[in-house]
Structures are given as C-alpha cells and as structure tokens.
Design a binder for this molecule. Structure first.
Ligand SMILES: [Zn+2]
Length: 156
C-alpha cells in the first residue's frame, strides 16, 4: 500500500521535513530484493540497504529525478525506483546508482540510462548534473565514478 498522505501535504506546500515518504518500506525492500537478485545473477557488485534508498528519496525531496520544467509531468511525486545506470549494462547496485522516479517516466525511459537520456536530449544537461551531484554524495560514489569513466571510454 502506498502512503498517499504525502500527495495531499505537498499540494498544501508543507515542507519536506514533515512529509511522509511516498513509497513505503515494503515496496522499497521488495525493489531492493529484486535488484540484489538481478545483480547476483549477473555477478555485479551489490551493496544496497533500505536506509540508503530512503535517504536518496529524501535527498530528491520525494520527487521524480527526471521530471523537470520542460516536461508535462514536472513536479511528480516519485512512486517508483530505478537505477541511473542500468544493471543490464553491468552498473553496480549501490546507493549512488539509485534514483526515485515516477512510473510514467520509468516506462517511457525503459532501458535508457541517465547518460544516454542526456545524450539523446531527453533530459536536460542541468537535470543530468543535478542527478549526478546528489548520487555522487551517496555511498558507492567511487564505484559509480569508475563505472562512468569506463562507459565513457576513459582508460586508467
Ligand atoms: Zn517523472
């Protein structure tokens, strides 16, 4: 069951401090379980706890990471989770790779990571940088930095 309280409160413009998380513990831990399973299956580095994910959702103020002013769904509350860089492309399953999103965008973006969305002009560079700034402040930042260097073709 989703906690709908946050929707009403956000409409009243109350501060994020007193708002409930939109996604409840049960849906978050079920998403984490699936992500761990997929990571293990592909032998991808995985270190992700529910507290990490809740912290990330708070940092994004319960909003979808992708929805910006250029999109119709700007301001959507996050009601789903996604990896900024896909596990299917061997990105690590770490707090620095998890973003809250809205289901609408998640279904539209299927299979695209945050870098390719930016490259394709589907998200603005400022949105990309905002997402990375928050993510790289999370646990696993070093792992994600190495991953980005690798996909961009940098050689150590
Ligand atoms: Zn969205």
């Amino acid at each position: 069951m989703m906690i709908r309280i946050s929707l009403c409160l956000s409409e009243n413009k109350l501060g994020p401090a007193i708002r409930e998380l939109f996604m409840d513990n049960k849906s978050i831990s079920s998403w984490i379980r699936q992500a761990r399973y997929r990571a293990n299956k592909k032998d991808i580095y995985s270190d992700l706890e529910i507290s990490d994910v809740k912290l990330t959702i708070e940092k994004f103020k319960n909003k979808c990471a992708y929805c910006d002013k250029s999109k119709k769904c700007w301001g959507n509350d996050a009601d789903a989770l996604d990896h900024a860089f896909n596990l299917s492309n061997e990105a690590p399953n770490v707090p620095a790779n998890v973003i809250p999103v809205c289901k609408k965008i998640k279904s539209e973006n299927k299979g695209c990571d945050v870098a390719s969305l930016m490259a394709a002009g589907l998200i603005k560079k400022t949105t990309y940088l905002k997402i990375l700034k928050i993510l790289l402040d999370n646990k696993g930042a070093q792992t994600i930095k190495s991953y980005i260097k690798q996909i961009m073709g940098f050689i150590e």
